[in-house]
Design a protein around this ligand. Structure first.
Ligand code: GDP
Ligand code: MG
Length: 370
């Protein structure tokens, strides 16, 4: 059974601690605000004050859906989410741009390329792939540190005219630690000094055995500059995705992960999110990190307003109460009151944490007086 201090309970109920003490006194209990009371007493108090919360435990106030799974029969195939990693100057940005160029739907928005932190391409045979548009290891590890594992597949870019460099090794280690399958893209094969077999050999030293060396890591020779090997890379991503059997339930309230967020001068707080399950819709009420909000508009990676976004779809969300952090989870909830309640609770928890870390100002104040 859980215990809670009178003050904590008062905070959660948005009542005064003294009023709770008075109510407890009337119930025959002499306690101060700093003393703990048991769950049953807490419930009595909550009822007394007319709050319709039955259990005042963390799991009731907050939302944690990480454990609850959708029934198998509700799951549908979803596009893979791909992160590109590799050493600086090996061609991550160039490859992301080249891959974006293969999108068969790219012409529709009049050629304006939005950089919203992630984009989705559609292949000739109507397959979709989502790319996180923030290459680099920090984004990957930071998201993982926050419990957000959005990447399904890592494409490791290695320049064929260079070799295995420190950040290549770092990327290999991060990918292995995350347990995410890797595809090696040997880039810059248009260069006369390119030596892809040397790369394959060097990779052996880091226990990355590519297909051509009889291993099971797919590898492909590409040139981001000349546009060669892109179709083959896409094919390999799709093959890997098929093996992973990536699925999510589309017909439920959405959950999404924040890829990036900022305060926009004209539009207010804006977040790019990646829907992990369900379908995010205009008008949905949500909580994201310590913020709440209501979806005012959804804008896709081509700058077009959309009504909804399904699993693995990156989308910009307008209508947030504040700027969330990268890696924060967005959860659609039943109404605004619930969203505000959860956000307030989380804000309070965050403040508590900060206060606990800060020097005890009151103590020092009184000590200085004495
Ligand atoms: P990043 O630091 O990994 O994002 O690398 P960039 O995409 O910025 O590329 C670094 C440099 O390599 C740029 O000057 C690119 O033009 C060049 N580059 C990238 N891909 C290729 C390629 O396939 N062939 C050649 N020749 N140059 C490339
Ligand atoms: Mg770059």
């Amino acid at each position: 059974p859980e215990a809670i201090t009178v003050q904590e309970l008062a905070n959660r109920m948005a009542e005064k601690g003294a009023d709770l003490v008075k109510a407890l006194f009337n119930m025959g209990m002499m306690v101060t605000v700093n003393q703990t009371i048991d769950q049953d007493t807490a419930e009595l108090l909550v009822e007394e004050f007319g709050h319709n919360i039955t259990r005042v435990s963390e799991s009731d106030v907050d939302i944690d859906t990480s454990e609850d799974q959708d029934p198998e029969e509700t799951l549908k195939a979803r596009p893979p989410v791909v992160t590109i990693m590799g050493h600086v100057d090996h061609g991550k940005t160039s490859l992301l741009d080249a891959l974006r160029g293969t999108d068969v739907t790219k012409g529709e928005a009049g050629g304006i390329t939005q950089h919203i932190g992630a984009y989705q391409i559609q292949t000739k045979d109507k397959h979709k792939i989502t790319f996180l548009d923030t290459p680099g290891h920090e984004a990957f590890t930071e998201m993982r540190a926050r419990g957000a594992n959005v990447t399904d597949i890592v494409v490791l870019v290695v320049a064929a005219d260079d070799g295995i460099m420190p950040q290549t090794i770092e990327a290999i280690n991060h990918t292995k630690a995350a347990g995410v399958p890797m595809i090696v893209a040997i880039n810059k094969i248009d260069k006369p000094e390119a030596n892809p077999d040397n790369i394959r050999n060097r990779l052996l030293e880091h226990e990355v055995i590519v297909e051509k060396m009889s291993g099971d890591v797919q590898d492909v020779e590409v040139s981001a500059k000349a546009g060669t090997g892109l179709d083959e890379l896409i094919e390999k991503i799709l093959l890997q995705a098929e093996l992973l059997e990536l699925k999510a339930r589309p017909d439920r309230d959405a959950e999404a992960t924040v890829i990036e967020a900022q305060l926009d001068k004209g539009r207010g707080p804006v977040a790019t999110v990646l829907v992990t399950r369900g379908t995010l819709k205009r008008g949905d009420t949500f909580v994201v990190g310590t913020e709440s909000g209501r979806v005012r508009a959804l804008i896709d990676d081509k700058g077009k307003q959309v009504k909804e976004a399904g699993p693995s779809t990156p989308v910009e969300v307008l209508g947030l109460g504040g700027v969330p952090g990268a890696g924060d989870q967005m959860t659609v909830v039943e109404n605004e009151q619930r969203a505000r309640e959860v956000a307030a609770y989380r804000q309070e928890k965050a403040t508590e944490k900060r206060t606990a870390l800060a020097p005890t100002s009151f103590d020092t104040m009184f000590n200085n007086l004495a």
